[in-house]
Design a protein around this ligand. Structure first.
Ligand code: GLA
Length: 728
């Protein structure tokens, strides 16, 4: 619910359990007054203190009032160069050559429903949303800034976006344009970021805010393996079930920045948006720029409820699922089974083993096109390699269907190898800086996706391939960071736009793909989880979580990912043991239990499995299908933290009506002498009685949650347990 108090010029945004408030204050400065547990909509600006602070300047309208300073007041959208020295949200490079920004309140608009953003991903929905637009103006710069707020009351979710319009008669440049600003009049907060690297993505890192600026960013052209565009600010004591926390995600797949600053007077500010480094955007008179959407959830009761709010909002209001209401298929992917070394015969051999095991879709990974026999050649040439697949996809896909398997393919549209026809014909289509030899990564270059003709060519190649056969699934990969970013199509003063235009180009092509092939399930991928963000999820309902398929490492990767993103988005496969990345030996049952807490599939040469292993796989696919809704659409509870090196890792999926639950426990390496371990469950109905799989009698939810469940001792490393609970 959005309430505007005209007299006090206060905007209050209520969600089910939180309240967000801002006020057009004195001199039309837009002040942030509150974000936290739900309160009444009275004017909370009494919380703002005014004092004459040394070195904090006063705007001219303040006259001789030395207590009014942009440098000390909590701002709704911070400016720069005119008195606030903390992290700015926006900076204009003006025709005079100066740079600054000074914004004052100029009006508002209330709309039912949810705003949309042209060319950018955004949460969507109907009447369950409300929109507020607050208008700000910089009279000297002749710029209008529109702050958008979308309120999804039921899920405690507030989205934000920003539009900047050049209202002057000369061009100007935007040097930065953040999507989200949160000012707190307190300092005792921790910042949690989700960091890592290729094959170990999204590991939580928590630290108290310290004076100055801290945070994470990406300058790799993707949101990156290294830092995720999702962060949490929380109180010192906050844990899974207790304490105040604020989660903030940016729906953007390129360079981002999430920065927190603790100021001289112990106030904190969080700013999130496109990374200002390498960024500028020129606006001709009348032109506008739209910053990507950000979304926030405040939870007064710990990280668990925060994550579950994000999960549901993302599932229901961000992901366009072509299979909505249907079960997504259990798949087999041939990458770790064959790498580049396959032909139609080999693929069909794997498929023939897969189909009777309950697997439903075959994904042909990298290596089916152009001259792609290894990773040094072929990218950019999107036609079927007839040496490997003599009958083409038009023969292979129906053969798969006859076996009972849908068929999907891997593509990497944004890339090119120099050893390709595309590159030989259009060497200027790769990102390159004049007179510099570009850096190679996996021996490939990046196509300049900011250019429509480049996208058109690639799409023009892919369209006939995707139309040539019944293709049900596409894995869109992207396997290198951007370097040498310079576009031959833009003048020097517009080169600061290339990173962002590249991302817009990717979004445009994904959108086209989604619209032209509405029944195709698209999986995002970026050297594993290098672009696991809300921007991609708008176009690709699932994303390959990591190139690390080791079940024990995956416990950590999937745990970190779950703070923001739902299980149904996390690409996870059972792979061979010893694992290809770590050499670790794990039981097949454990690999299955971990992968089925994601989108679930297999990535191994099934034709080499034993009859016993096939029996286990058959059981796993049947179990997953039986509990699909519970796992994919249930509420997710983290029961332990795998980074704490405890004897086991556990989590639970609980149905929204709390009638069913699936608890998974994965033990670590075994010890001769084991402690008596008791696992306390979460999320159950305390008054219901639950039957536990394999047991004769039932237990009450209150007992299972408070007294707990005795875990058996194990033999052998990395054993696991899945308990299915059903209310009587
Ligand atoms: C990336 C992906 C893998 C696989 C390879 C193919 O690394 O993450 O899953 O598709 O590319 O080259």
């Amino acid at each position: 619910m959005i309430i505007f108090d005209k007299e006090n010029r206060v905007f209050t945004l209520h969600t089910r359990s939180t309240t967000y408030q801002m006020k057009a204050g004195r001199h039309n400065v837009l002040l942030h007054t509150y974000y936290g547990p739900r309160v009444t909509e009275e004017d909370l600006s009494y919380l703002i203190r005014y004092a004459d602070r040394g070195c904090s300047p006063n705007p001219p309208e303040a006259g001789d009032d030395r207590c009014f300073s942009l440098d000390t007041l909590p701002q709704e959208y911070s400016t720069c160069g005119v008195g606030d020295f903390r992290l700015p949200c926006v900076e204009f490079a003006l025709p005079s050559g100066s740079s600054s920004a000074d914004l004052r309140y100029a009006g508002y608009e209330l709309r039912p429903g949810k705003y949309a953003l042209e060319g950018l991903p955004a949460f969507f929905g109907g009447q369950e949303w409300e929109t507020l637009v607050v208008l700000l103006e910089d009279a000297a710069a002749r710029v209008r800034v529109e702050l958008y707020y979308g309120v999804l009351e039921e899920q405690d979710l507030i989205t934000r976006a920003v539009r900047v319009v050049n209202q002057g008669d000369q061009p100007l440049s935007l040097r930065r344009c953040a999507s989200l600003c949160l000012d707190f009049q307190r300092s005792d907060l921790d910042l949690i970021t989700f960091d890592g690297c290729h094959m170990m993505e999204r590991c939580p890192a928590r630290a108290p805010l310290r004076p100055g600026v801290q945070g994470v960013d990406s300058a790799r052209g993707t949101s990156s393996h290294h830092h995720n565009p999702f962060v949490i600010l929380c109180e010192r004591e906050t844990n899974e079930d207790y304490g105040l926390c604020y989660g903030a995600m940016l729906l953007y797949s390129g360079n981002f920045q999430a920065a927190a600053e603790l100021s001289q007077y112990d106030s904190a500010r969080l700013v999130m948006g496109i990374n200002p480094w390498h960024f500028s955007f020129r606006l001709a008179p009348g032109e506008c720029f739209t910053a990507p959407e950000a979304a926030m959830v405040c939870s007064p009761a710990g990280f668990g409820p925060m994550s579950r709010r994000f999960h549901r909002s993302i599932r229901e209001h961000l992901i366009h699922d072509p299979m909505a209401g249907r079960r997504r298929p259990v798949l087999i992917n041939n990458w770790e089974a064959t790498y580049f070394d396959f032909d139609a015969g080999k693929l069909l051999e794997i498929a023939r083993t897969a189909a009777p095991l309950g697997i439903e879709l075959f994904v042909m990974d990298d290596g089916w096109f152009g001259g792609r026999c290894d990773d040094n050649r072929g990218l950019g040439d999107w036609w079927v390699n007839r040496e490997k697949l003599p009958g083409g996809l038009e023969a292979l896909a129906p053969q798969m269907e006859e076996l009972g398997l849908g068929f999907g393919i891997w593509i990497e549209p944004e890339m090119v190898n120099e050893d390709s026809r595309l590159y030989r014909e259009h060497p200027d289509w790769a990102l390159k800086i004049p007179r510099r030899d570009p850096a190679r990564c996996r021996n490939q270059l990046v196509l300049d996706f900011s250019r429509p003709e480049v996208r058109e060519n690639v799409y023009g190649q892919l369209y006939p391939v995707l139309s040539s056969a019944p293709i049900r699934y596409v894995k869109w990969d992207m396997n290198r960071s951007l370097t040498d970013v310079w576009s031959a199509a833009l003048p020097p003063e517009r080169q600061g736009e290339v990173y962002h235009r590249y991302v817009l180009g990717v979004y445009e092509m994904l959108d086209r793909l989604r619209r032209d092939f509405p029944d195709v399930l698209i999986e995002g991928c970026c050297g594993g989880g290098g672009r696991f963000d809300g921007g991609m999820l708008y176009y690709t309902p699932q994303i390959w979580c990591s190139d690390n398929t080791d079940a024990i490492d995956r416990l950590r990767i999937q745990y970190g990912t779950s703070f923001c993103y739902p299980v149904s988005a996390m690409g996870a496969h059972v792979s061979v043991s010893p694992n290809e990345q770590t050499g670790r030996v794990t039981p097949l049952r454990t690999r299955g239990a971990v992968a089925m807490s994601g989108t679930f599939g297999y990535e191994m040469d099934l034709s080499k499995t034993t009859p016993e292993e096939r029996e286990i796989i058959r059981e796993q696919t049947a179990f997953f299908k039986e509990h699909y809704d519970l796992i994919q659409k249930g509420d997710y509870y983290r029961l332990t933290d795998p980074f704490r090196e405890g004897p086991y890792t556990a989590w639970a999926h609980v149905s929204p009506d709390r009638r069913q639950a699936l608890v998974t426990v994965v033990y670590g390496s075994v010890r001769a002498v084991q402690s008596f371990l008791t696992l306390r469950l979460k999320g159950l109905d305390p008054d219901a009685r639950y039957r536990v799989s394999g047991e004769e009698r039932s237990w009450s939810g209150s007992v299972l949650m408070n007294a707990g469940w005795p875990l058996p001792m194990t033999r052998g490393d990395y054993q696991s347990l899945q308990l299915y609970l059903e209310a009587e």
